[in-house]
Design a protein around this ligand. Structure first.
Ligand code: SF4
Ligand code: SF4
Length: 305
């Protein structure tokens, strides 16, 4: 049986290790995606990352209706409706039998327990690419700070091996946790969403005070921090929010922000983990992006799009 909880400091739950990325730090990078996030952003493109535990992913598009998964499930958690399987997730113990029984890849476990050494040995095989491009390892998620002991040990392992480390974070963690990893992180990719705390809570489920305080702390204490903001029409594109964002960054001496235009590529992943994508926005136009850029530049902040 698969252990679906995080058991000790040396083991973490990872749901993907992606090689040859050019977008998540300097050079060529290998990204370690970790399970669990304290936020529930309405637009999240990685719904499979949000739950901290391992879960079953079901891609019905790959299902040929052989019913092998149903036969092998020891808890009668798989039921058929119109010839397609559904999962009664309250009965599922993530034993992994359905994944083993499924020959098409329709059933799979999302997340696996890995030790620091297992992650290190997978990633370190890419060292020639890191050396040739000033790349390295990037921890992403989910929110890696949700697994603080594993993350600290993993970051330290790479740091001691002279591999560049990036941490992609939503910034929602205690100061103690942030401090515990800080010296092993070469660059923080720090995401902010909204400056109004009530609005932040409405769209992400948490208020933003701790996030903004952590951002200021990292900048004040000399970490390399690159700030990003998903740019989402109807959520954070108002002049009021953009001015407040620009003024805050200026106040805490952060010179630049990257705007990431909203997309809905993650919508199709929601049903695979038993959820529905309910968020509505649109891909921002060139004019909308340019307007936002001008407002932020007017506050004295450089903008990367
Ligand atoms: S992992 Fe699959 S086989 Fe195991 S209990 Fe859950 S649905 Fe059933
Ligand atoms: S084992 Fe795989 S292909 Fe067969 S019914 Fe289950 S999900 Fe579909």
């Amino acid at each position: 049986m698969v252990n679906s909880s995080i058991s000790n400091c040396d083991r973490g739950i990872v749901f993907n290790i992606q090689r040859y990325s050019l977008h998540d730090g300097d050079g060529i990078r290998t990204i370690v995606f970790m399970k669990g996030c304290p936020l529930r952003c309405a637009w999240c493109a990685n719904p499979e990352s949000q739950a901290a535990n391992i879960e079953v992913s079901l891609k019905t598009i790959h299902c040929i209706g052989c019913r092998s998964c149903e036969v092998h499930c020891p808890h009668q958690a798989i039921r058929f409706l119109d010839g397609k399987p559904t999962i009664a997730r309250e009965l599922c113990t993530v034993c992994g039998n359905c994944e083993q029984a499924c020959n098409t890849g329709a059933m799979s476990l999302m997340g696996q327990e890995m030790t620091v050494e297992e992650v290190f040995h997978q990633v370190i095989s890419d060292r020639p690419f890191f050396d040739a491009s000033n790349g390295g390892v990037t921890f992403s998620g989910g929110e890696p700070l949700m697994q603080p002991h594993f993350l600290k040990n993993a970051l330290r392992r790479f740091h001691e091996a002279n591999i560049s480390t990036v941490l992609e974070t939503c910034g929602f963690a205690s100061k103690e946790i942030l401090e515990s990893v800080q010296s092993y992180v070469d660059t923080f990719y720090f995401d902010i969403k909204l400056m109004d705390s009530e609005m932040h809570k409405k769209f992400t489920s948490v208020s933003n005070e701790r996030i903004l305080s952590n951002l200021a702390y990292l900048q004040r204490t000399g970490s390399r921090v690159l700030v990003r903001m998903p740019f989402i029409p109807g959520v954070n594109d108002s002049k009021e929010n953009l001015v407040a964002t620009g003024m805050y960054l200026k106040k805490i001496d952060i010179p630049e922000i990257q705007l990431l235009p909203y997309h809905s590529y993650g919508a199709s992943k929601y049903p695979t983990v038993g959820r529905a994508y309910k968020f509505h926005s649109h891909v921002p136009s060139t004019e909308e992006m340019e307007n936002a850029r001008k407002i932020l530049v007017g506050c004295g902040v450089k903008v990367k799009i």
